[in-house]
Every structure is written in structure tokens, then in C-alpha cells.
Design a protein around this ligand. Structure first.
Ligand SMILES: *Cc1c(COP(=O)(O)O)cnc(C)c1O
Length: 371
């Protein structure tokens, strides 16, 4: 047996994105105990920086020790009780997973469905609230990575509030890439991931809960069905002022990485990071259009960080093209997912991958392999 040495790839798919050397080096520092006062100090800084990234003052803000899917499950496990009616918007793969979570927690999912590639329709959500006045949660995906569409999170959260419901938002792909204003929009529960626009390795899921969401969790009639994700237990570790109790062993070195990525985000400035994603998207867009590739999503709803494109008609084996990009050019782009499998490519411009150099490299390689 020999040590493993991965190739150096350019990651331009739906995540993970390119991880800057600085973050890798931060993660290669000595492991210390997860209850070491120095580690706890680092965690406090990390939580403060996460609040800045989410644009929130929520006390209950921390990274779940597992990937984005666990952040999703954490939100549903804590906020949904058996019998609860939850309105869930499905316009791609991840909305479908939300439904799955609701049902596994014993909740009743009320579906609001839109076409893949379209944003969530506000009128349909309004109608769902009128038809189901008992619904107390509205769940939706802000940035649907399977299609590259952005839904109007601000308006959806306002609708939820009007109907006395909490909003539960998937911001896995939006955090750090596009405007996301948790407090201003009134988002009650939000989860993200480390490996998309934060450019960390996968494995951590930042989450944040409003006071209203925390209230609802504290007033639960039944125990949270997941022991690992039960916030009342997790928080004794993450928050327990002075007396942190052992819950699970935090992935110490992964936390160093997330901390460093948030320092980098702070250095760049959150607004500047959003602007960079937008600018890089326009650059990629003009190059792709020259190559004859069109977008799945209509212009006003396109995510800059996830470009779902239709390949030219003469491409009969799209997987072979992606293989060539990977093997000959060390570039990874994403395949279509779910209903769009085999029909589109997903070119990611997330975090550090949203750079001039990456776009030039990707366009140059695409031009070659499409010849
Ligand atoms: C990637 C992603 C997830 C899942 O995150 P993992 O880290 O892969 O578990 C959830 N929702 C959206 C919108 C995503 O893009």
C-alpha cells in the first residue's frame, strides 16, 4: 500500500469548489483537543464570523459537524413535530429532499411545485397558505443547485410571516455567493455548506436559527428524533457558557479550515464577494454563448455561481466530453441532476473557483473538446 496523492483539479462543478492553499494549510495545523480553551476561543470567533456571513445577530449560529445534508436534516428534525403541516416548495432536487425530511420527521408535506429551472411561484405559495391555514413552516431552496435558479427569498419569507409561519431556507449554494440577508429578510432557520461558495473542503454545515425558531424548538412536545442533531444537546457544547459539555468530538481541523475561509471572506468583504460572483458569471456567460451554449434558466433568475447550460446539438455523448475535460484538462464540471440528468452541464463558479483564470481555462478547454 502507498500513500494517496490526488491530482490537482480545477473544480468547476456544483461543489466542492477549489480550496485555496491558505485553507488547506490552516487545516494541516496541529490537532488540539476540542475542549481546549484555545479551540473554544477559535470556535467563538468562527460563530461571530458566521453571523457576519449570514447577516444575522442570531445567537443560535454554528457549524453542524457534517455536510449540508445534515444541516438540512438538523433544521427539519428540530422544527418539525409529528403531525405538523409544512409547506415545501419543489423546483429541483433539493426541494424534493426537503419533502423527504418533513415526512421522515412525521410531518405532513404540502407541496408547491414549479418547473425545474423556474423560481418558486409566490402566488402558488400564497394559495397553499390559504388552503392550509394550519401550516406553520414554509420551506424552500434559495439557490437550487440542480437547475441554477434563484428564488425570491425575501418575498417568500415575507409571505411566511404574513401567515404566521416560520421560514426554513436552504442556503447551501447561496452563502457567500449571492445576497443573503437572514435578519433583514426574516429567515427563521437556514443551513449552508462549507464546500460551495465558502471554498472549504466538504464536511461542515453552518446553520442559524432566529429567536422565534429557537422558541419553537424549546416548546416541542416530543423529543427530536435524531440524537446527534438535537439542538438542545448540541448547544450545551457549542454555547454552554463556561461549562461546555461533551456532545461529540468536533472535527477540529475542519473547523480551522472554515475559520480561515471566513477570515478570507472578511478580508474580501461580503458585498465584494457577491459582486465577484456576478462579474465572473457575466464573463463565463459571454464565453459560453460564443461556443453556442444556452442557459436553462431565464436571465433574471440565474444564479451566478451555478450555470446550468444546454450543450450544442451535435454533442451525442455528453459524459465523454466531461471525461475529456477531467482527464485531459483536469477540469471538473457537473453533470445534470434528477430531471436534467444527461440534458445539461452545470458549471460552477463558487468561491475561489469564481476567478478569471478558471474561466479562461474552462472556456479554452471546452473549445478544444467541442471541436
Ligand atoms: C450541495 C447542496 C446540498 C447538500 O449539501 P451536501 O454538503 O452535499 O450534503 C443541499 N442543498 C443544496 C441547494 C446544495 O447545493
Amino acid at each position: 500500500m502507498q500513500s494517496f496523492h490526488p491530482p490537482v483539479r480545477t473544480l468547476m462543478g456544483p461543489g466542492p469548489s477549489d480550496v485555496p492553499e491558505r485553507i488547506l494549510q490552516a487545516m494541516a495545523q496541529p490537532t488540539i483537543g476540542h475542549l481546549d480553551p484555545v479551540f473554544i476561543e477559535m470556535m467563538d470567533e468562527l460563530k461571530a464570523m458566521l453571523r457576519q456571513a449570514f447577516c444575522t445577530d442570531n445567537a443560535l449560529t454554528f457549524p453542524v459537524s457534517a455536510p449540508g445534508s445534515a444541516g438540512m436534516e438538523c433544521c427539519f428534525a428540530n422544527l418539525v413535530e409529528p403531525g405538523d403541516e409544512v409547506i415545501v416548495c419543489i423546483n429541483g432536487v433539493f426541494g424534493g429532499r426537503m419533502k423527504e425530511n418533513i415526512e421522515r420527521m412525521g410531518g405532513k408535506a404540502i407541496l408547491v411545485e414549479d418547473a425545474w429551472g423556474s423560481p418558486v411561484c409566490l402566488q402558488k405559495v400564497e394559495d397553499a397558505f390559504l388552503a392550509h391555514p394550519k401550516a406553520r413552516i414554509l420551506a424552500f431552496v434559495h439557490a437550487e443547485t440542480s437547475t441554477g435558479v434563484r428564488s425570491d427569498a425575501r418575498a417568500l419569507c415575507a409571505l411566511a410571516r404574513e401567515h404566521g409561519a416560520l421560514s426554513l431556507v436552504d442556503a447551501v449554494t447561496s452563502l457567500g455567493g449571492i445576497e443573503l440577508l437572514v435578519d433583514e429578510w426574516g429567515i427563521d432557520a437556514v443551513y449552508s455548506g462549507s464546500q460551495k461558495c465558502l471554498s472549504c473542503p466538504p464536511g461542515l454545515s453552518p446553520v442559524s436559527f432566529s429567536d422565534a425558531a429557537a422558541q419553537k424548538i424549546m416548546n416541542r412536545k416530543t423529543k427530536v428524533r435524531s440524537w446527534f442533531l438535537d439542538l438542545s444537546l448540541v448547544m450545551a457544547y457549542w454555547q454552554g457558557d463556561g461549562a461546555r459539555t461533551y456532545h461529540h468530538t468536533a472535527p477540529v481541523n475542519a473547523m480551522y479550515g472554515l475559520h480561515e475561509s471566513l477570515v478570507m471572506l472578511h478580508e474580501e468583504g461580503l458585498q465584494n464577494a457577491w459582486a465577484r460572483h456576478g462579474k465572473m458569471h457575466l464573463k463565463l456567460k459571454s464565453g459560453l454563448e460564443e461556443l453556442g451554449l444556452g442557459f436553462v434558466v431565464k436571465e433574471p433568475y440565474r444564479l451566478p455561481q451555478l450555470n446550468a447550460v444546454k450543450f450544442p446539438g451535435f454533442v451525442t455523448d455528453e459524459a465523454a466530453i466531461r471525461r475529456q475535460l477531467l482527464q485531459q484538462h483536469n477540469i471538473e464540471i457537473g453533470a445534470g441532476l434528477g430531471a436534467l440528468a444527461g440534458k445539461v452541464w452545470r458549471i460552477g463558479l463558487m468561491g475561489a473557483s469564481a476567478s478569471d483564470a478558471n474561466i479562461d481555462k474552462c472556456l479554452g478547454a471546452l473549445k478544444q473538446v467541442l471541436k
